[in-house]
Each structure stands twice: as C-alpha cells, then as structure tokens.
Design a protein around this ligand. Structure first.
Ligand code: ATP
Length: 237
C-alpha cells in the first residue's frame, strides 16, 4: 500500500526554485533513501513533507488523503514525524522532558507509556540518562534523542534528515542498525543521507536528487551498483 506520495511538487524560496516538479512514493513498510550532494534539495523535500515548508505547486498524499495544506502539528497527529537535520533537541531540557515533547499527539496515557518503553528499549542509553540535560550529551546521544523524540508520537512514517551527520564511525554503524530495527518493528522510514553507502545498503528503494530534480531511482542495491552513483556519491570510480 502506498503510504506517502508526492505528485509534481515544486518548492520555492522567494524567486529561487529549489525543487522542480518531483514525484515519488513510499510504500508502507519500506525504507526509502534520498541521496544527493549539498544543496540538492534533500532537506527542502523533507520539510515540505513534514509541513514546515509549503510547496508552490503539486500535492502530497498520505494514506490516500491530500495533506498538502495540512499544518505540520496536525501531520504529526496523522502519523508523520521528523527528526530534523542538526538534531534540533532542546539543550536546556532533560532527556525525559525532550521525549515528552514528542507525545503531544498521543491521545491516551497507555500510548505514552508504550512509546517510552519502545524508545528506551531501542536506546537504553537514553533510559540511563533520563535526567541529563540534552545539551550536555554527546553528538551521538543527541542524535538518538532526536530520533527517540520523533518516535514518541508513534509515527507511521519516520522522516530522518542526515541522522549520521557528524557522528563517529561506531555511532554511525549503531544509528543505521537502529534505523533498520525501527523499520523491522513496522515503521516506514524516509531517510536523507550523505553517507550514501550505508543508507543505500539498508534501503528497499532509493532516489538520487540533483539540483532539485530526481535523476535516478532503483532499489538500494541497484543504486549501490550504478557506476554513476558510485562515482558521484560513493567515493569510488
Ligand atoms: P544539505 O545537505 O547541504 O543540507 P540539501 O540537499 O538538504 O543540502 P537544501 O537545504 O534543501 O539542500 O537546499 C536546496 C537549495 O535551496 C539550495 O540551493 C539552497 O541554497 C536553497 N535554500 C535552502 N534553504 C534556503 C533558504 N532558507 N532561503 C533560500 N534558499 C535556500
């Protein structure tokens, strides 16, 4: 079943067109990866899906419903949740307070308890550090907190914008493992990454974004083997 569909989406910043009529869909249960160079429009695409940016044309369907005009906080309640690039946690709040910010869309207390259980089992480190201020945690821990917070609302699709950015190699491996686990538990994942190798290896399907347009598409494996992708994004000729 198609969970998320972008149809001919264009996005402008003032007069600058950052996204040019892109269309793609995400099926329920998939990990879909968007790769692309700096400035290709990956973050713009993610923010348009989460409702932080309004497209200048085109439409977005979620579970068959047109959500193009829906406000970002309402999209969260419907099941779209984003862990933003640069983490975006609240540095002056504790781990617990940060996670609590993710629960506003949940209707009942048992849902909140379930969310805590899931997040703490995925990220035992956050359980150990409940009372620590977000801003005093390491980069990898803050990334876990950002993903954990996005999961608290029990999304049907989790949007991850460069989760491996700035992390040490052992954290990068760990984050990708956890993303696969989140997906295996039933959450659809749309992943934006510059760390193309690992992101493609874990993707069911992937798209290459170049200056605001989709230029290549295939399974993760197909794009990993594609010579043009290898040369441009995988650091091998
Ligand atoms: P990065 O990996 O560097 O975050 P990206 O693929 O996510 O890159 P975007 O941040 O979506 O790319 O940017 C796409 C294009 O839109 C770029 O040309 C960028 O300069 C431009 N852009 C992004 N944000 C703004 C803004 N607030 N105002 C004007 N132009 C912007």
């Amino acid at each position: 079943m198609t969970l998320l569909e972008l149809k001919d989406i264009s996005v402008h910043y003032g007069r600058i067109k950052a996204i040019h009529d892109i269309s793609f869909s995400v099926e329920e249960g998939e990990i879909v990866t968007l790769i692309g160079a700096n400035g290709a429009g990956k973050t713009t695409t993610m923010r348009t899906i989460s409702g932080l940016l309004q497209p200048s044309s085109g439409s977005i369907l979620f579970d068959g419903q047109d959500i193009t005009k829906m406000k970002a906080h309402v999209r969260v309640v419907h099941g779209i949740s984003q862990a933003p690039e640069g983490r975006g946690i609240f540095p002056g709040m504790t781990v617990l307070e940060n996670l609590d910010m993710g629960t506003f869309g949940l209707k009942n207390k048992s849902g909140v308890a379930e969310s805590y259980e899931r997040v703490f089992s995925l990220f035992p480190r956050l359980d150990e550090r409940k009372k620590q201020l977000g801003g005093t945690m390491s980069g990898g821990e803050q990334q876990m907190l950002a993903i954990g917070r996005a999961l608290m609302s029990q999304p049907r699709v989790l949007l991850l914008d460069e989760p491996s950015m700035g992390l040490a190699p052992q954290f990068i491996r760990q984050i990708f493992k956890i993303i696969t686990e989140i997906n295996a538990q039933g959450t659809t994942v749309l992943l934006v990454e510059q760390n193309a190798n690992q992101a493609l290896a874990r993707a069911h399907r992937a798209f290459v974004l170049e200056t605001g347009a989709i230029t290549r598409t295939g399974t993760g494996k197909e794009l990993l083997a594609d010579p043009a992708v290898k040369e441009a994004y995988l650091g091998v000729g």
